[in-house]
Write a protein that binds this ligand. Structure first.
Ligand code: GDP
Ligand code: MG
Length: 598
């Protein structure tokens, strides 16, 4: 197709500001999806995405839009996830575009991911078209929010589009502005073919589907191709674009977005960020790739039933095919047996992977508390990476421990600045800056240990600001910290899966609260179970779970049958997620008690 009529754009926004809904309207208005095929957030195809109302995987759809000038443009719309864990998906999508629709909820205003995504778009050199969304809501404050957006982008506040993705109001004007302002792709249509792989997916029947953006030249069905970094060679079985379903075509040319299928069965052969060219007369210089994503949060996953171990391995292998960010290694725990140490981008990513393992693969798992990765220098000069607190070496041998730090941006109404600063101080934060977005809204910057964020920072931030603060962060590097290992003993035996690394100044208080929490989480057993928290050989806290009374229903007054049944059912329910640790039955929630420490 005519390159001058192509417009490639992403929709970017803070989570819940209405990206997917706006994408729905665009697909509907351009008759890309007919009324029968239309449902809310049509691009969120993963079951979990639909249920949680979030976008996890980026999507790319081709849309034909006939503008008021009578010309039909070929738009490629790339919907992106908004959550901080998936920032890498956003930046990859942006690299395949020339423009971005920046959606801001007019009843909320500029939030942390609005800023973060805007910066990514500016960095990628995109034309940014801002719009204020949800104008149909009575609580919308377009004047105030226009001011915030105008300050951010240096635009005229009155020129910012007012829209509603829900009713469709103003959406056409946004598309008009888009075809006017977003430049067409600038690649060389006659050059040696180069396409960047911006996503890839494993399809059970068709093998690897690589999402590509053609930069130069043409790729055709049947072409012998080469992935330049991985040195993979294959033939194109099918080439096409998304409508949003896969639609085969004979070729893709410079500027177009689509997919190729090669019959390859291993996603690592067509890696995200790699450049595709032809085997013969191909390009010699690859396109710039993407930063490799690093897992930042780790936890142990163990099958409740040890016989499920091979199934868990299979399931992890399958998930990894579609999720390059997922990282895992076998782990053996004295307490929990054979399992895996799994690395994630963040807590949401962890949650999602875990839920998929349980749901799509029917596994019952115990997850240990999440931890960050630490670097340790031993007194003999040796360097270690520690992804599991129970692997932390004997303190006598440790010269230095380093932990990942982030630069956090928190946006909030100004009356909450004091309480958020207090929270950041408690979490070992260092003040890094503060400025006003408008008379009322403040952007507060802090350097914080990632481990504190992993703990419960976000929940605390939300609850202390009644939901009004938003958070975004990026990893800035490793810093030396005074960390010690806190161990937990149940019935006198150390439980490796409950160990954690904490800052020395907080270790005693932590130990005490942890022991109290565990005492409440561990059900009564046949005998008393002492719980101890210890740093080395130094016991810092002790609690006891008293032996249980014989009849659980005894405490029900009268003989109310339904009450009794409920209680028994609840007891059965609780049993499901128990793991025998030595002589003690430990429920799943006990392993996560630490997340509620505060
Ligand atoms: P995303 O996370 O940015 O993709 O946001 P979604 O498109 O999933 O929308 C989040 C929520 O806001 C959903 O409940 C939508 O129905 C709602 N929403 C989106 N756009 C509008 C709008 O223009 N008006 C109203 N009233 N609600 C909207
Ligand atoms: Mg969405």
């Amino acid at each position: 197709s005519d390159q001058s009529l192509i417009r490639n754009f992403s929709i970017i926004a803070h989570i819940d500001h209405g990206k997917s809904t706006l994408a729905d309207r665009i697909l509907e208005m351009t008759h890309t999806v007919d009324a029968r095929g239309m449902r809310d957030q049509v691009l969120d195809s993963m079951e979990l995405e639909r249920e949680r109302g979030i976008t996890i995987k980026a999507q790319a759809v081709r849309v034909a839009y006939t503008a008021k000038d009578g010309i039909t443009y070929q738009l490629h719309l790339i919907d992106t996830p908004g959550h901080v864990d998936f920032t890498y998906e956003v930046s990859r999508s942006l690299a395949a575009c020339e423009g971005a629709l920046l959606v801001v909820d007019a009843s909320q205003g500029v939030e942390a991911q609005t800023l973060a995504n805007t910066y990514l778009a500016v960095e990628a050199g995109l034309e940014i078209i801002p719009c204020l969304n949800k104008l149909d809501l009575p609580g919308a404050e377009p004047e105030r929010v226009a001011g915030e957006v105008a300050d951010l982008l240096g635009e005229d506040p009155d020129a910012i589009k007012r829209i509603s993705g829900k009713t469709g109001m103003g959406v056409e004007e946004v598309l008009e502005e888009l075809v006017l302002r977003v430049p067409p792709p600038s690649g060389d249509p006659d050059g040696a073919p180069r396409a960047v792989i911006f996503d890839s997916e494993f399809d059970q029947y068709r093998g690897v589907v690589a999402y590509i953006r053609m930069v130069d030249g043409t790729l055709k069905k049947g072409d012998a191709i080469r992935a330049m970094a991985a040195q993979t060679e294959a033939d194109i079985d099918e080439i096409g674009f998304f409508t949003p379903k896969m639609t085969a075509t004979d070729k893709l040319t410079a500027g177009e977005v689509g997919y190729v299928i090669t019959g390859l069965k291993d996603v690592t052969l067509l890696r995200v960020g790699d450049t595709l060219t032809t085997k013969h007369h191909g390009a010699t210089e690859a396109l710039p790739g993407y930063k490799e994503v690093q897992p930042m949060v780790f936890c142990g996953l163990f099958p409740i039933d040890g016989d499920d171990y091979p199934d868990l391995r299979d399931a992890l292998e399958k998930l990894t095919l579609n999720d390059a960010a997922l990282d895992w290694q076998p782990e053996t725990s004295d307490a929990l047996g054979f399992g895996f140490r799994v690395g994630f981008l963040g807590l949401l990513h962890m949650d999602i992977v875990r839920e998929r393992l349980e749901r799509e693969y029917n596994l019952e798992l115990i997850g240990t508390m999440p931890s960050v990765g630490f670097e340790v220098t031993l007194t003999n000069g040796e360097e270690l990476e520690v992804h599991n607190p129970s692997d932390f070496p004997d303190p006598q041998r440790v010269a230095e421990v380093r932990e990942p730090f982030v630069r956090a941006q928190m946006l909030m109404p100004k009356e909450y600045v004091g309480t958020v600063m207090e929270l950041c101080q408690e979490k070992r934060g260092e003040h890094a800056g503060m400025h006003y977005l408008s008379a009322d809204r403040v952007n507060l910057e802090y350097d914080l240990p990632l481990s504190e964020i992993v703990m419960d920072f976000f929940d605390q931030l939300k609850s202390r600001t009644r939901g009004y603060a938003s958070l975004d962060y990026e990893i800035t590097g490793m810093r030396a910290s005074n960390l010690v290992r806190l161990d937990v003993l149940l019935g006198g035996d150390a439980v490796d899966a409950l160990s954690m690394l904490v800052h020395k100044d907080k270790a005693y208080a932590f130990g005490r609260t942890l022991a109290e929490k565990l005492q409440k989480k561990i059900p009564r057993q046949q005998y008393d179970v002492p719980i101890q928290a210890a740093i080395g050989s130094n016991v810092v806290a002790r609690e006891t779970v008293k032996a249980f009374r014989k009849d659980v229903t005894a405490k029900c007054y009268g003989g109310d049958i339904s009450r009794k049944r409920k209680l028994l059912e609840r007891q059965k329910e609780g049993k499901k997620r128990m793991k025998q640790v030595g002589r003690v039955e430990v429920p799943q929630e006990a392993f996560l008690a630490v997340l509620e420490l505060g």
